[in-house]
Write a protein that binds this ligand. Structure first.
Ligand code: UFG
Length: 325
């Protein structure tokens, strides 16, 4: 299939493009490089540097490249920033998303895989989280992603636009070629590995008195390659229907466990310091992956935490300055 990947120069997007090509698809990356990196676009993919709000460029890309489906990953995705600046999140995640849907309909492209998030659930009581759990986002980031999911439902009903919404839990790790390079970096694993690599500074542990086994927050870390594979599978479902899937492994690790595993993998000491809770952090987020395994035959191959950290460590050693831009 010919697939347009918005945000294909970002961390997850770069690996999704790589996996799509491995699955025999053709990928066209559409990215304004506001966060992504040109060096993160696989050379086997075509690359258009443009903004989703540039309607002419978008319609031209969809039309001239004979696009059959879109994977929509371009987004703002920092919870803390979204609380400070909701306008940015509704503008980029809902406004630009609407522009994309309308361009797709103009050209007659009616298949979309959407990067959604566990943040649509808020702080659920029941673990693991199934797709029908209540959706109560606790920040504008989750709210903006849920708003777009809801738009998709109505576009399906009215215009037969088929969608697969993938609710990511905590993407982590790297492929051989592509890894995580954010500015600023807020995610746990790259921050832990930076301390290991530089031998200086410390990792802030945001909250040690949560109601969890060791007091630190628990997350379901999913290897970015397994996450990317699910996108290729999700394209198949769009022929027939629209679906929502969680993407996680169903197992959780605490912040303290991640730090300890990183010490073992890197064989380096990693200093930590207790820090206040980060606003909006749910204590525990663990996916039920049953639906995607059953319906799409998703079969994750990299689910061990040490493998995930090891892959990120290898990438960070090979790219001490990230993509160096
Ligand atoms: N953490 C620390 N120290 C750090 C960084 C993170 O203690 O330096 C903690 C956080 O407080 C949290 C856990 O490590 O408890 C994981 O934090 P991340 O920032 O790595 O990931 P989040 O769970 O906050 O966020 C991820 C995605 C979001 C998405 C969310 C869904 O990055 O886009 O999962 O729950 F919304």
């Amino acid at each position: 299939m010919k697939v347009l990947v918005t945000g294909g120069a970002g961390y997850i997007g770069s690996v999704v493009v790589e996996q799509l090509i491995k699955h025999g698809h053709e990928a066209v990356v559409y990215d304004n490089l506001s966060k992504g990196h040109a060096a993160a676009v696989a050379p086997e993919a075509a690359f258009i540097r443009a903004d989703l709000m540039n309607r002419d460029a978008l319609v031209r890309a969809l039309d001239q490249r004979k696009i059959e489906a879109v994977i929509h990953m371009a987004a703002s995705s920092l919870v803390g920033e979204s609380v400070q600046n909701p306008h940015l999140y509704f503008n980029n995640n809902v406004g630009a998303g609407l522009a994309l849907l309308d361009a797709m309909l103009t050209v007659g492209v009616k298949k979309i895989v959407f990067s959604s998030t566990a943040a649509v659930y808020g702080s659920p009581e029941t673990m693991p989280i199934t797709e029908d759990a209540p959706q109560n986002p606790t920040n504008p980031y989750g709210e903006s992603k849920l708003a777009f999911e809801r738009m998709l439902r109505w576009y399906d009903a009215a215009y037969q636009l088929r969608y697969a919404s993938l609710r990511y839990f905590n993407a982590a790790g790297a492929s051989e070629r592509f890894g995580e390079d954010h500015h600023p970096e807020t995610h746990l694993i790259p921050n832990v590995l930076r301390v290991a690599a530089t031998g200086s500074g410390h990792v802030d542990i945001f909250g040690e008195n949560y109601n969890t086994p060791d007091g630190t927050c628990v997350r379901d870390y999913i290897h970015v390659i397994d996450l990317a594979d699910a996108h290729a599978l999700a394209l198949n479902v769009l022929e027939k229907r629209s679906e929502i899937f969680n993407l996680g492994y169903g197992s959780g690790y605490s912040v303290a466990e991640v730090v300890e595993m990183a010490r073992q993998v890197t064989k380096r000491w990693i200093s930590t310091e207790a820090a206040p809770r980060r606003a909006g952090d749910p204590p525990v987020l663990i996916a039920s992956p049953d639906k995607i395994m059953r319906d799409l035959g998703w079969n994750p191959r990299h689910s061990e935490l040490d493998q995930i950290i090891e892959s990120a460590w290898r990438w960070s050693l090979a790219h001490p300055n990230g993509y160096g831009e």
